[in-house]
Write a protein that binds this ligand. Structure first.
Ligand code: SF4
Length: 86
């Protein structure tokens, strides 16, 4: 197999993952914007009091949100999907 063909085959194999990753980042950014996400509380409501929040044990003050997958949110953050944790 020629060097050009090997390069082409490697590029073709990597490209879909890069495209999907880029789409996920863009999708998360759009979702955060649509939900009016902010890194600060609103009217006393915070992500760490929200039903959708899961704290990251390795990073104080950060966690993941079940509504915005594959991205982190601040414990002190807020968005319009906020639901009080029971
Ligand atoms: S739904 Fe909104 S308020 Fe609740 S954890 Fe996710 S980003 Fe924070």
């Amino acid at each position: 197999m020629s060097a050009n063909r090997r390069f082409f085959m490697k590029t073709i194999a990597i490209l879909p993952a890069a495209v999907v990753s880029g789409m996920a980042v863009a999708q998360n950014a759009a979702m955060k914007k649509n939900l009016q996400y902010q890194d600060t509380p609103k009217n006393g409501q915070r992500c760490d009091q929200c039903l959708h929040y899961v704290a990251d044990p390795k990073k104080a003050g950060e966690g993941i949100c079940k509504v915005i997958p594959n991205d982190t949110v601040k414990a002190a953050g807020w968005c319009t999907a906020w639901v009080k944790k029971a």
